[in-house]
Design a protein around this ligand. Structure first.
Ligand SMILES: CC(C)(COP(=O)(O)OP(=O)(O)OC[C@H]1O[C@@H](n2cnc3c(N)ncnc32)[C@H](O)[C@@H]1OP(=O)(O)O)[C@@H](O)C(=O)NCCC(=O)NCCS
Length: 217
């Protein structure tokens, strides 16, 4: 599914359940989740299995992927990438840095945010947009989709800017057809020597999931 919203230059792999058989961790990865609850260890392991499969598509042999600065994964030299997991879904996307500056993906269940969260993560203009998009029975959970867009933008920006972004740092515009734009309200990331004040991404809703992706090519 995730490959449908990623450009050709990006390799990806996904999983809809955890299968411990054959999914191993490198020592530095195992150390990172040593004290974690089993569910966290399983998602961590499966998503790394996805990442190694996607790296394999780029011709890169199995490589340890421990969390680095601010939890961002450390990719092999010359590779950019992103990982995500939510209940019933894990995915990784990777690309050669020579072809893609950065990639960010996010997955969420297609369910409304808990009461009060939209007020914490949405700018007034974004909340008005969600009202306009409307809560038809067949519509996605727009508030959750807004959250997912922001997470994907954070993940695409972090490897370039190396800093945390608050939810008020980016203004997202969702188009009903599966695309979104995001404008940085703080100094934007720099890719290939040029500031990137606005990024565009894609979203997909299927089988109870919302997927979002941003790739800076
Ligand atoms: C880090 C964060 C984005 C993770 O998102 P999430 O929806 O909770 O979880 P997901 O499963 O989608 O993503 C988790 C993966 O993101 C990746 N990730 C974590 N921190 C990251 C960072 N700073 N940069 C890039 N990727 C990161 C990791 O691969 C992680 O998986 P792992 O822990 O198994 O390695 C989120 O917890 C967070 O801190 N958000 C606050 C910042 C933000 O989103 N601001 C919005 C700006 S508009």
């Amino acid at each position: 599914m995730i490959e449908e919203i990623l450009p050709r230059e990006v390799a990806s792999a996904e999983a809809f359940e955890d299968d411990d058989r054959g999914n191993h961790l490198f020592n530095e990865e195992r150390a990172a989740v040593m004290g974690a609850v089993p569910a966290r260890r399983r998602e961590f392991t499966t998503v790394r299995h996805c990442a190694r499969a996607a790296l394999g598509d780029l011709g890169i042999p199995p490589f340890p992927l421990p969390p680095g600065t601010q939890r961002a994964p450390r990719w092999p030299a010359g590779v950019v990438g992103s990982m995500t997991h939510c209940a019933g879904y894990r995915a990784a996307a990777v690309a050669r840095a020579s072809r893609v500056h950065s990639v960010g993906i996010d997955a969420e269940r297609d369910e409304p945010l808990p009461e009060g969260v939209l007020e914490m993560i949405g700018l007034p203009e974004e909340r008005a947009m969600i009202d306009r998009l409307g809560a038809r029975r067949s519509a996605p959970a727009w508030d959750r989709l807004l959250f997912s867009c922001k997470e994907a933008v954070y993940k695409v920006s972090f490897p370039l800017a190396r800093r945390m972004l608050g939810f008020d740092a980016v203004r997202v515009d969702i188009a009903a057809g599966g695309r979104f734009g995001a404008r940085f309200l703080v100094p934007p990331p720099v890719a290939g020597g040029r500031a990137v004040p606005r990024v565009t991404g894609r979203w997909l809703r299927r089988d109870g999931l919302l997927l979002t992706a941003v790739a800076l090519c």
